[in-house]
Design a protein around this ligand. Structure first.
Ligand code: LMR
Length: 331
């Protein structure tokens, strides 16, 4: 072989080796997409997860967070996860009923007395087991993240008793339990993606909605509603989920690092959730746009009685033992 050809071949081999090693050192890109604002419990949790994961796995992973339905909204995020277009999402627990009936548990009205009870249930063996109920569908639960208790809002002045919502149109998340809940009240529920709620309220496509203080404030729902009643009638929490196959295929050290990052981010998000909701409740009160309606014990009892029949309808698919386990966490 001529010297010049020998050098050319050698050069090509070296170039190949260099680019292969550069490839080997490329960080794994982890897209984390969600639908709420950064200044919410989930938004803060996602940012914290990025921070810790990149610190624990320097050069090995890069986490890109996409808030506010920027990358995928409610309608597409689950399919995107299964297709591998996004690696982590954290839908509210109301948005899984196409994949498992068990998680519908969390939507039963007045199931949990408060967020401490929700926390106790999620940490129980039954709660933890639910993280794996969608594995056969390709979805793996990594953690639960808190947001908080739901409040009810409308574009009407009076909102103290269940009869006040008769005939009104409500935006709901894609959940059959929530649909039944509003039908039970004689109202008309409409499933809409989170990103469409503000406009639907503003234009009168719907009269009201149910959400946490932090979601109401960060989406400015209080600017297009007249009354928000502090019903605390249900919970909005999240399951942080990943593509089960992708997760299994990660190098062991990366998976372990991500597990640790998720653990720390979960503790952080859950610790912040109550404060952020309290802060935003106060901000809504200070804004003097929507009136906050405090309910008496008797009012709350009336809402509870009006919504209770929903439990019977979903007891079968959810499983009575699971409902019992959740109720135990109230004690
Ligand atoms: C919703 O109302 O759709 C919210 O629960 C969105 C969210 O992720 O908090």
């Amino acid at each position: 072989m001529k010297t010049s050809r020998l050098f050319a071949a050698l050069g090509a081999t070296i170039a190949l080796a260099v680019s292969a090693s550069a490839l080997a050192q490329q960080p794994i890109i982890i897209k984390f997409s969600h639908v709420v604002a950064d200044a919410t419990p989930k938004g803060q949790g996602a940012i914290k997860f990025k921070e810790i994961a990149e610190k624990l796995l320097p050069g090995k992973v890069k986490v890109e967070v996409f808030p506010n339905s920027q990358l995928f909204g409610d309608a597409k995020e689950m399919e995107a996860l299964l297709l591998g277009d996004v690696q982590i999402i954290a839908p509210s627990l109301s948005k899984f009923d196409r994949y498992t009936k068990k998680v519908q548990l969390f939507d039963l009205p007045f199931l949990f007395n408060d967020m401490d009870a929700v926390d106790r249930f999620q940490s129980s063996p039954e709660g933890k087991a639910m993280l794996n109920t969608m594995i056969s569908k390709g979805i793996k639960g990594l953690a639960y993240w808190h947001n908080g208790m739901k409040q009810l809002s409308t574009n009407k002045d009076k909102l103290t008793r269940p009869e006040d919502v008769k005939g009104l149109k409500f935006r709901i998340q894609a959940s059959d339990v929530l649909e039944a809940q509003f039908r039970q009240l004689g109202a008309n529920p409409q499933k809409l993606a989170f990103s469409e709620v503000y406009q639907a309220l503003q234009t009168g496509v719907v009269d009201g909605q149910e959400n946490t203080w932090s979601n109401i404030y960060s989406q400015k729902f209080h600017e297009v509603q007249k009354t928000i009643a502090n019903t605390n009638h249900g919970v909005i929490d999240y399951m942080v989920v990943t593509n089960a196959k992708w997760w299994k295929g990660l190098p062991d050290d990366v998976r372990t690092g991500l597990e640790e990052a998720m653990k720390e981010a979960t503790a952080y998000a859950n610790k912040m959730a109550a404060d952020l909701n309290e802060r935003d409740r106060q901000r809504i009160a200070d804004a003097h746009k929507a009136k906050i309606q405090t309910l008496s014990k008797e009012d709350v009892a009336a809402w509870r009685a009006a919504m209770e029949p929903v439990w019977k309808k979903f007891e079968g698919p959810i499983g009575p033992e699971l409902i019992q386990a959740a109720l135990k966490s109230n004690q």
